[in-house]
Design a protein around this ligand. Structure first.
Ligand code: CO8
Length: 258
């Protein structure tokens, strides 16, 4: 498949999606979001892929939704199109693990796309923000919701009401990102993590992801019940038997379902 706004690579069992619209700092135009959704769906359906990575450039992961595309839109059009469309949710709904590798600006929709991934590894140059307030609107793809889950009310209010940016160190301290690495090492670090995930049994990584996600959507008691049930379900897997047997026999597991 050929793309105009993204580039797609395969690194062993890792599917890498690079946002590639440098002239607009990867601003998320409709075409880019459509291509991102198609690439994610393609990797989701591909049995040779066990983990995905979404990244941008050294200067910008993405500087937000495309303001030039939005400037002329009225309420009627936004409402009728249900803007943001489902295309934005493809990434959030994919069942395989996805890591965001963020360097430079991750603003507005860019920060929201990063938060749709399962976790974020940031370069020390990363800057996160929800600056929508500065252009007369509010976040529309999770910036008031996922951000609040991740960093808590005080910080989320600060970000959404002032529009200020948060650097990588503060983002790690606040729980928005899982690790910060020197910019030059970002892709090596992320690909190593992604290859590690892709090397495990795929049904088990998918079950682990589904279970962690449950913590954001339900009560603790329901989440614990869900976790217990899916934990039990792993005992139906050949790979659960293989993993434990390999440990007991002091050898590496030979996963059947990757
Ligand atoms: N949309 C469109 N074009 C953009 C965007 C954007 N979000 N960001 C940057 N660009 C363009 C600039 O217009 C410029 O193009 P040109 O050279 O043709 O004028 C080019 O990218 C380079 O940008 P700058 O010259 O501004 O670069 P600087 O290094 O001086 O500044 C900044 C970098 C600070 C990132 C600056 O570009 C900026 O503030 N950008 C806008 C950030 C912003 O407000 N983002 C939020 C957008 S709203 C949003 O995301 C709502 C999400 C709702 C959900 C999604 C719904 C679809």
């Amino acid at each position: 498949m050929t793309y105009e706004y993204i580039a797609v690579e395969r690194h062993d069992r890792v599917g890498l999606i690079k946002l590639d619209r440098p002239e607009a700092l990867n601003a998320l135009c409709v075409g880019l979001i459509d291509e991102l959704g198609r690439a994610v769906s393609e990797f989701e359906a591909d049995d040779t892929i066990g983990c995905m990575v979404v990244t941008g450039s050294e200067k910008a992961f993405a500087a937000g939704a495309d303001i030039k595309e939005m400037v002329g839109k009225d309420f009627q059009a936004a409402y009728r199109e249900d803007f943001i469309t489902d295309d934005w949710e493809v990434l959030a709904k994919t069942r395989k693990p996805v890591i965001a590798a963020v360097a430079g600006y991750a603003l507005g929709g860019g920060c929201e796309v990063a938060m749709m991934c399962d976790f974020i590894i940031a370069a020390d140059t990363a800057k996160f923000g929800q600056p929508e307030i500065t252009i007369g609107t509010i976040p529309g793809a999770g910036g008031t919701q996922r951000l609040t889950h991740l960093i808590g009310k005080a910080k989320a209010m600060d970000m959404c009401l002032t529009g200020r940016m948060m650097d990588a160190e503060e983002a790690e301290r606040s729980g928005l990102v899982s690790r910060v690495v020197p910019a030059a090492e970002l892709m090596d670090e992320v690909l190593a993590a992604a290859k590690k995930i892709a090397g495990f049994s795929l049904p088990v990584t998918m079950i682990a992801k589904e279970s962690v996600d449950r913590a954001y959507e339900t009560t603790l008691s329901e989440g614990l019940r869900f976790e217990r049930r899916v934990f039990h379900s792993t005992f139906a897997l050949e790979d659960r038997r293989e993993g434990m047997t390999a440990f007991v026999e002091k050898r590496k597991p030979d996963w059947k379902h990757r």
